[in-house]
Structure formats: structure tokens, C-alpha cells
Design a protein around this ligand. Sequence first.
Ligand SMILES: [Cu+2]
Length: 276
Amino acid sequence: MKKSILILLSLAVLCVAVFLSACSKDDVQEPDPVAGLTKIIEGYAAGAATKVEVYTKEASINAGYTKFYIALYDSVSGNRIEDAHIQLTPLMDMGTMMHSSPYENPDSEKAVNHLFPCSVTFIMSSMGGTWTLKIQVQNNLTDKEGSLTIPITVNEPTRSRQKSFTAAHNGAKYFISLIEPTATSSKVGINDMEIAIYKKASMMSWPADSSMSVVLTPEMPTMGHGSPNNVNPTHVGNGHYKGKVNFTMTGLWRLNLDFMSGAAVADTTQYFDVEF
Ligand SMILES: [Cu+2]
């Protein structure tokens, strides 16, 4: 009797041991937060004792709305900085004059999946001058502040994703970016559509614009037909407008966009081409 209890006990111990080792073998490795992203540059924010790494989704940067993912590290300890205030300042030097462009600082001072997502809308390519992006960092843990200025090469893509117009109703200049769909994200059927609208208030101030109503009319210019069941992009926040575009087949689609400000026509000349 005593013997069988002993055997049972040792079996139980063995079971627990096997269970524990199986568990530790399956230890979940945290996925790399920058997997699939391209590091375009790294450097140090002098004064903040912070190493700054800048990532993008695309391998190269094109004119238009560009999402950045910034990783910060304490340059002494090497530890990630997850709580920081980041201020972007894009600047283009065109020789005879300088101007900024629209940008979005990170929504939160807390990192999202270890990264700080933000954006710059490059209103033109580097053909016209030299782009730099100043990244000001305030490490909330150490209260240290510093900045890093990086050069950015902005290419002109085959199919432009960045347009501008002078509005008929008020004479102001508006800049529109196509965010979705892209040539790679497009599929036959209903696609998410997203654009951003910015108004040029001055050479250094390009605020988001929420005032427009947008009419979307897709067509296949080489085939002379459109598509049904599209949804006009409407403002969802921070100058972003979301709708739906129906691509009934593959090929070249022209997304005609009319912009209204209340009852007044702002512009009816703009379009983006998407080929997939
Ligand atoms: Cu410029």
C-alpha cells in the first residue's frame, strides 16, 4: 500500500515537471515591433540622451502622406523609452524660400507597441529642394529634451498621391493626399478609401481641414465606365476623410474628387489614379 502511494506521488511529481518544462519551452517570444518596416535613419537627440530610430512602411519615401514610426532608446542604458513627447518640424529649403508641410505628432506620449507613430505629408518631391525633418524629443522619465534633424529624400511616384488646388470659394490653397487604397492594397470589390485634406495657412502652417464635403466618382478612363455602391469620404478627425471605392475589375481607375464647402464649390478638377 505504502509503495503504491509512493509510486503515485512520484508520478505526480513527474507530471508536474513535464508540464512545467513544456510551458517554459513554449515561452511566447514577443514579436519584433519593427518587423516589416524599413529603418531610414538613426541618430542622437543631443541634450535628451536619446537614440532616435526612424522607420517607414515603404522602402523609399514618396511625395504625399507618409507614416513614420519612431523608436527611442536611452543612449546610456540602451533601454527603450516608452514615455516621451515628440514634436515634428518638416522643412523644405527651396533656395529662394523655405516652407514647412502638414504633419501629425504622435497621438499619445505613451509608445504604441514600443513605437511612436506619426506622419509628414510631403507636398512635393526633393526635385524642388531639400527636405529635412526635425524631431524634438522630451524624455518624460528624465525630463531631458533635445532634437535631431534628419535629411529626407522624397521621390515622385509614377502615379501621384499628392495634389493641391486653389479653392474657388475662398482663394485658399488646399493639399489633398490619397492614403488608401494603394496599388498594393487594392482588390476587386469594395475598398476602404481614405484621404487627408490640409489648408495652407502660411508657409510654416498647414493645418488639417475638416470643412469639406467630398464627392467621389470613380471611372476606368480607358474603358469609359464607372462603378456603383461607392461611399463619399466624410471627415473622421484630424483632416482625415474615409469612404469606400468599388473597383469592379482590375486595371487603371481614376478617383475623381469634387470638393464642396457648404453649398459652395471649392474644386472639381482633382483626381487620383490607382492601377492594380
Ligand atoms: Cu517645396
